[in-house]
Design a protein around this ligand. Structure first.
Ligand code: AMP
Length: 448
């Protein structure tokens, strides 16, 4: 496929020529028609795949020249750096188009931005907080916004922008197209899609299910969090083998808990990154891990994907990711540049379903290593593990000798399962079908 197949216009072709781009990247080819169609879209793509042009090409192609002053396109991104970057990309692509682009973000003088808005614009690129402040100040009129793009929504939700996004959805015109990009699928992202998007079309570049051959994969069955800590500590004692270890864990809170526990045994050898840590802290952690001052880095999926670190000896999946793509991204951090790398996966019984999805994607079974005898099995449970256990093994439900549960239903609420016939009973009683389209009711009555 070439850009000619997308039926763009001369100004766009000229800009692409200047940039030296000749073929659309896969995400650009996939997203073009969906974005053009006006349907809601969710794109799964990482930075570097050309995702900015994936939404900007169809948007710019369809944006008519206008002298109106209020924005028609809103692009929300998580950080100020990304605002600057996206604005630059749009300006390159819109070099021969008469379009006004404005980037706004917090931590800078809001009055200058208000003035720029008053001068008129077509496309606004913003961080959520500053956008909301500007909208509340009423300088920014939203009624003409037709398309909303949320870029890096996984990072946004990870940074705690959920409420701010919901507030923004509330004040935007209802008739609009929602376009969202995320690099990693997470439960937060999934939830947001189903809550706020209208049957969005999903566009993704399929993650290869074929892991690199030079990554040696294995796994352990481990009953709970603290036993995982014990096993990990046992493994990390072998400093020669485990010389640069990236540990993945899905949740920030658990990343902190794991880090605290590791620090007890491996003081000054570990560092941690997730979105609740300050930018400086994160940069310092990454640098210490990169240059070998720290042997172990604990990271969440979303934060770790921007990492570009070579020579990682082991990736340890402290939990089993529920989205198999995340597992592929995780293990791809080792075995780079033809070097041998190892990935070790810890899975509890509860995580076996996720394991199955991963193994299906790769079409292989990850070999199991027997649990080492000299590692202590802990029966201490973390809060998350306790909650589930309570629900599953509720002794009151199981043990009938205890008598009726305290919340047994009152007689009037004890309804037998009447199946479909209940509807007919009601219909007969009231002498009319319950719904207008209830053809079976009429048939049934004719037979009588
Ligand atoms: P992004 O994923 O949007 O951050 O883009 C990554 C880089 O790829 C940017 O520097 C883009 O300018 C560049 N790029 C975007 N589309 C193409 C293309 N079709 N061919 C070559 N490079 C591209």
């Amino acid at each position: 496929m070439t850009f000619q197949d997308l039926n763009l216009n001369t100004p766009l072709y000229n800009a692409l020529d200047d940039l030296g781009f000749t073929v659309p990247t896969p995400i650009q080819a996939e997203a073009f028609n969906v974005v053009s169609s006006g349907k809601d879209m969710v794109g799964i793509a990482q930075t570097g795949t050309g995702k900015t042009f994936a939404y900007m090409l169809p948007i710019l192609k369809n944006l008519k020249f206008s002298t109106q002053e209020t924005p028609r396109i809103l692009i929300l991104v998580p950080t100020r750096e990304l605002v600057v970057q996206v604005v630059e990309e749009i300006e390159k692509l819109a070099k021969y188009i008469n379009v006004r682009v404005l980037g706004v973000y917090g931590g800078t003088n809001i009055n200058t931005q208000k003035q720029a808005i008053a001068d008129g614009l077509d496309i606004m690129v913003a961080t959520p907080g500053r956008f909301y402040d500007l909208a509340l100040s009423r300088v920014l009129q939203l009624k003409n916004i037709q398309r909303l793009v949320i870029d890096e929504v996984d990072v946004m939700l990870d940074l705690g922008f959920r409420h701010q996004l919901i507030n923004i959805f509330d004040i935007l015109p209802e008739r609009r197209q929602n376009i969202m990009f995320s690099a990693t699928m997470t439960h937060d992202v999934d939830e947001m899609i189903s809550e706020f998007f209208k049957s969005p079309e999903r566009v993704s570049i399929a993650v290869s299910g074929t892991p690199l051959e030079n990554i040696l994969q294995s796994r352990y069955n481990v009953p709970n969090f603290y036993t995982k800590v014990n096993l990990l500590s046992h493994l990390l004692k072998d400093t020669d083998t485990f010389n640069k270890v990236l540990i993945f864990i899905g949740y920030k809170k658990l990343a902190d808990l794991l880090f605290e526990n590791l620090e007890k045994h491996f003081h000054d050898e570990c560092c941690v990154i997730h979105s609740n840590k300050t930018q400086n802290y994160r940069l310092r952690s990454i640098e210490q891990f990169r240059n070998g001052d720290n042997r172990v880095l604990v990271a969440t999926d979303v934060m770790a994907r921007g990492l570009d670190i070579d020579n990682i000896s082991h990736v340890i999946n402290f939990d089993t990711p529920d989205y198999p793509e995340n597992y592929m991204h995780r293990i791809g951090r080792t075995g780079r540049a033809e070097r041998e790398g190892s990935s070790i996966l810890f899975s509890t019984d509860k995580e076996l379903e996720s394991l199955e999805k991963i193994e299906n994607l790769m079409n292989m079974t990850i070999p199991v290593i027997p649990f080492p005898e000299d590692v202590n099995i802990s029966d201490e449970l973390i809060e998350e593990e306790r909650l589930v256990i309570k629900e599953r093994n509720n002794p009151i439900k199981k043990d009938e000798t205890i008598g009726p549960a305290y919340h047994e239903k009152k007689d009037k609420n004890k309804k037998e399962n009447l199946g479909g016939s209940y509807k007919f009973k009601i219909a007969e009683k009231y002498k009319k079908p319950k719904t207008r389209g209830d053809k079976n009711y009429n048939k049934r009555n004719k037979k009588k």
